[in-house]
Write a protein that binds this ligand. Structure first.
Ligand code: E4P
Length: 223
């Protein structure tokens, strides 16, 4: 399973990289607009500190221009995957990028039909928007679960990358579904760490140890 961070905030990427769980970073135009830098600078900066792919979304709406942007993104860093919106023009762009061997996948995906088209196109990944499906009154996690079953049935190799994850409850349900990959905001990843019982347990061990000091200071530890 791969875990990506959905942000262009370098401080948060650096901080969360220390946990040793990140497989790459996803971005979108809204995330990069928030970072107030050019898309190229955002990708270059993220690529410098991340071990793994950086996902960069095309801005154009027409297939020709999407292809042009995705090609150019390849020059920005060593491991860039182009995100192509799952529109009619987008599927055409995906098909052409496949022919050129440029890594690219379908994003802003809301239906099983779109996920099947992406897989048939040998897309590198497909990104269903779980939170936004829920916002629209649908079952985001349930939709991803059905996509995963279909992908498994046909042996599609496209990575099913669940996106727009709003909380750890959705994340855990996606893990249970055996999804290939998830991308989440720094907040949702941070929320994976704490548990009140862990804090309570650690406090109990500290109290039991009392003022005995570091175990490395004990007699008998000769290193
Ligand atoms: C996916 O890669 C998108 O960047 C992202 O997950 C969209 O999520 P949102 O619904 O929180 O904007």
């Amino acid at each position: 399973m791969r875990l990506y961070l959905d942000t262009a905030d370098l401080g948060q990427i650096r901080e969360l990289s220390r946990l040793g769980v990140l497989d790459g970073v996803t971005t979108n135009p809204a995330i990069v607009a928030d970072a107030e830098k050019s898309y190229r600078n955002a990708v270059e900066d993220v690529a410098e500190i991340v071990d793994g792919p950086v996902f960069a979304q095309v801005i154009a709406a027409a297939a020709d221009e999407m292809v042009r942007e995705a090609r150019r993104y390849q020059e920005w860093a060593a491991d860039v995957v182009a995100k192509i919106p799952a529109t009619r023009e987008g599927f055409e762009a995906l098909s052409r990028l496949r022919t050129e061997g440029i890594p690219a996948g379908a994003t802003v995906v809301f239906s099983i039909e779109q996920a099947v088209l992406a897989a048939k196109n040998d897309a590198t990944f497909v990104a269903p928007y779980v939170g936004r499906l829920d916002d629209a009154g649908e079952d985001g996690v349930g939709t991803v679960r059905r996509m995963q079953e279909i992908y498994d049935t046909y042996g599609f190799e496209t990575e099913l990358l669940a996106a727009s994850i709003r909380n750890t409850t959705q994340a855990v349900a996606l893990y249970e579904a055996g999804v290939d990959a998830v991308t989440m905001s720094p907040d949702v990843l941070e929320a994976h760490v704490p548990h009140p019982k862990t804090d309570e347990g650690v406090a109990g061990f500290e109290a039991a140890w009392g003022d005995r000091g570091s175990p490395l200071d004990e007699r008998g530890d000769s290193s």
